[in-house]
Ligand binder design. Structure first.
Ligand SMILES: Nc1ncnc2c1ncn2[C@@H]1O[C@H](COP(=O)(O)OP(=O)(O)OP(=O)(O)O)[C@@H](O)[C@H]1O
Length: 727
């Protein structure tokens, strides 16, 4: 019987087909697998056909339905591993197949496809264009260097006539072979050949640095070397799973940069993956958990944490999906929860009871009570920040510790006398809460970290999603959960999405990822148009690196992170941003936009989201949509996937989610940035900067939830956060 592999394009085609057609594809595949190779070649039903004029002599088509053809790569070296490349209507399939050629990358030893015809046209076009200028994009790299990185003859000729990075961009895969394109893309971004080798090629298992002297790779080996784009169907169950469940491609096809960290055989200490929105960080965290479960010992427990309960529930579901039936039993070794819930559990277990967590409003009243007892010149907000960002952040226990401490991240100096007064007020605040049996979440974490320091670690591995928003007290809980050592902690996060106020130096908290950190740059979620537009909202903003806020080697303020190399291979419409005279008009336009997405573009209502800065506007949006006959539900009510209706949420609640279409409403001056949320510069300039940055990041988070379409609106005066994108 022939062996069968499916390419990523084939799977994408399949998922987009109607159910009955999918069933026919499934039947055709079963038939294919039930035959011997000679039977296959002879079968009239399959109609395995060589194509006249095909660029790759191994490409065949097979009949799948009356209308659909499968495109197949048939081995010509006597081996038996066939690869299904596409399934498409007859003419499209033939047209696609004739222009493609498959080859083995000299460096990664993986199978790559190219559009030969298009590349030939590009070569002629770029040659003519380059004639007029002596500048060449890759002039700094010799042919030998490029060949060592896997560049073959045709791609080398193209590379030599590229003048700008845009010349390269028009040949984005699948026009150009994927691994070769990526190597060139990195070089074009200014990475050295050495870095390309380290980041892209060595992790794929290549040990021979020069093109000469590398062993020949067979077609079957190349197919198996390409797990990021091709999956072998190993059993009937596997095929059924791919065909009957809506295959989520992230479960099967990881980018090499994702796979390298997710399936790393073993880090000697904490490891970290960062990257812009939609680069698949959560996907990496999930695969890492799978790897640790599969490779670990029976008793090893894993903690997988994220920021909100809703995200924890989604992570649990995704992990179950990834593990499938075969590994379902491993799930019992994983706790998926938020750090706050874990902290509450730790405290409850240690003391028999745990304090009631305090809402933001109740916390504010508690500060008002504390301030009321002693006449002090500070606002509730200042006190609450001082307590959270200095006392709880550093885990200070005594007035002496507070007197001595460096108040990192605070911009207003306070002398010894003032500190003594501040401590008294903060002590009163804590005592008041304790007497009422309540505590802030940060206090709870502080208490849990102390408990854990006494009881010892509970997990073998800790995997953290959304790491950018955790407070030092939460990090202390996590650090105490796993004993320092190999594979103890694995963090994923994006400092550009930091929307809560926490300054963190991970190194000082015992989480040192130096030498074990990696950046993802390919966005899988949004179109390039949405991504560019959203990224420019953060132009010039001082975004620090994850967990390096107070590290000395960045000039005392950590280093800067950047979205360098951040890109998408998807394309669509440029986001729309429109102003309206008042809220009523804005909501009317919103209803029109949502209707267009649903009625004209055929998007399911549950794939459309509307978000706003505050709940009042969220409620108004829901009421308006419903009044106009558009079903709408609040994300905070946690509607399951079976519930239809447009999702409406605050911007904060959009964290970690994604939708095909997103409307961001109320991007109005006075709302964004929201003045009460931003500490006045004269009160504390450092806090002012970080509060303001959080407002920019919040808008960025909201916009980057959109996959295909993004629309922003405001009523009255436009928010100045839109200045970088609005004309
Ligand atoms: N290798 C992959 N192949 C196909 N799709 C992928 C891959 N990796 C991630 N995705 C998809 O890209 C989208 C974003 O992935 P994910 O949520 O993991 O990104 P993220 O970096 O955690 O995003 P954010 O930081 O914005 O929350 C998801 O729809 C996911 O399924």
């Amino acid at each position: 019987m022939p062996r069968l592999a499916l390419s990523e394009d084939f799977v994408a085609d399949l998922v987009s087909l109607q159910r009955p057609v999918q069933k026919e594809v499934s039947d055709a595949i079963q038939m294919f697998r039930s035959m011997t190779v000679p039977q296959l070649h002879a079968s009239k039903g399959m109609h395995l056909e060589k194509l006249e004029g095909a660029r790759d002599p191994r490409i065949r088509t097979i009949r799948i339905t009356k209308l659909h053809r499968g495109v197949l790569l048939a081995p010509d070296d006597g081996s038996d591993l066939f690869t299904l490349l596409r399934v498409a209507p007859h003419d499209d399939a033939i047209n696609w197949a004739c222009k493609r050629a498959y080859s083995v990358n000299g460096a990664t030893a993986a199978l790559e496809v190219r559009n030969v015809e298009m590349l030939e046209q590009m070569e002629r076009h770029l040659e003519t264009k380059a004639d007029t200028t002596p500048v060449r994009l890759f002039a700094g790299h010799s042919d030998t260097v490029l060949r060592d990185l896997g560049i073959d003859d045709q791609v080398l000729r193209l590379a030599r006539v590229c003048v700008t990075a845009d010349d390269l961009k028009v040949m984005v895969p699948p026009t150009m072979p994927a691994d070769q394109y990526e190597a060139l893309e990195y070089l074009a971004l200014g990475y050295s050949a050495e870095e390309v080798w380290d980041q892209l090629i060595a992790p794929r298992g290549q040990t021979v640095r020069t093109a000469q002297g590398r062993p020949e790779v067979t077609l079957t080996e190349a197919i198996l070397n390409t797990p990021d784009r091709i999956v072998e169907v190993t059993g009937p169950g596997e095929l059924e799973r791919i065909l009957t469940e809506d295959l989520a491609r992230w479960r099967v096809f990881l980018h090499p940069a994702q796979r390298r960290y997710a399936y790393h055989p073993g880090f000697t200490g904490p490891a970290q993956v960062t990257g812009g929105p939609g680069t698949g960080k959560t996907v990496v965290a999930l695969h890492r958990v799978r790897h640790l479960l599969r490779s670990g010992r029976a008793g090893d427990r894993i903690l997988l944490t994220t920021f909100t309960n809703a995200m924890a529930a989604a992570l649990r579901d995704s992990l179950a999906l990834l593990l499938g039936d075969t590994d379902a039993h491993l799930l019992e070794r994983v706790d998926v929860t938020t750090v706050d819930s874990l902290a509450a559990r730790v405290v409850r277990e240690a003391r028999g009871t745990s304090p009631r967590p305090l809402s933001a409003a109740a916390e504010k009243s508690a500060w008002t009570r504390a301030v009321g007892r002693e006449e002090v010149p500070w606002t509730e907000r200042f006190l609450s920040q001082e307590y959270r960002n200095v006392v709880l952040a550093q885990g200070l226990r005594t007035p002496e510790e507070y007197l001595r401490c460096a108040r990192r991240g605070r911009g207003t100096p306070v002398g010894r006398v003032q500190r003594a007064r501040l401590w008294r007020v903060m002590e009163q605040f804590a005592a008041d809460l304790a007497s009422r049996g309540s505590a802030t979440y940060t206090q709870l974490c502080d208490q849990a970290a102390r408990v854990l320091a006494g009881t010892g670690p509970r997990y073998r591995h800790v995997v953290v999603d959304e790491a950018q928003d955790l407070h030092p007290a939460q990090w202390r809980v996590l650090r105490a959960c796993a004993a320092p050592g190999a594979d103890d902690m694995f963090l994923v996060g994006d400092p550009h999405q930091r929307i809560y106020d926490s300054r963190v130096s991970l190194r000082s908290l015992g989480v040192d990822v130096r030498g074990r950190s990696s950046v993802l740059r390919l966005n899988y979620r949004s179109t390039e148009e949405i991504l560019r537009w959203s990224a420019s909202l953060l132009d010039g903003q001082p975004v620090g690196r994850l967990g390096e806020d107070d590290d000395e080697d960045g000039g005392g303020d950590g280093g800067r992170d950047s979205l360098r190399g951040y890109r998408s291979q998807l394309h669509g419409r440029v986001p729309a941003a429109r102003g309206h005279a008042n809220q009523d008009e804005e909501l009317r336009a919103l209803v029109g936009q949502v209707r267009t997405w649903i009625d004209q573009d055929g998007v399911k209502p549950s794939e459309v989201a509307v978000c706003a800065r505050f709940n009042t506007l969220v409620d108004a949006v829901i009421a308006r949509l419903r009044r106009e006959g558009v079903p709408a539900v609040a994300v905070k009510d946690d509607p399951g996937p079976e519930v239809s209706g447009v999702r409406v949420a605050t911007m904060h609640a959009m964290k970690g989610l994604e939708f095909r279409c997103v409307a961001v409403v109320g991007v109005t001056s006075g709302v964004l940035p929201f003045a009460p949320q931003v500490t006045p510069v004269e009160v504390d300039p450092v806090q002012h900067r970080s509060d303001l940055l959080a407002e920019h990041c919040l808008l960025f988070v909201a916009c980057t939830r959109a996959r295909d379409a993004l629309a922003l609106s405001w009523s009255g005066e436009r928010s100045r956060l839109l200045d970088p994108v609005a004309g």
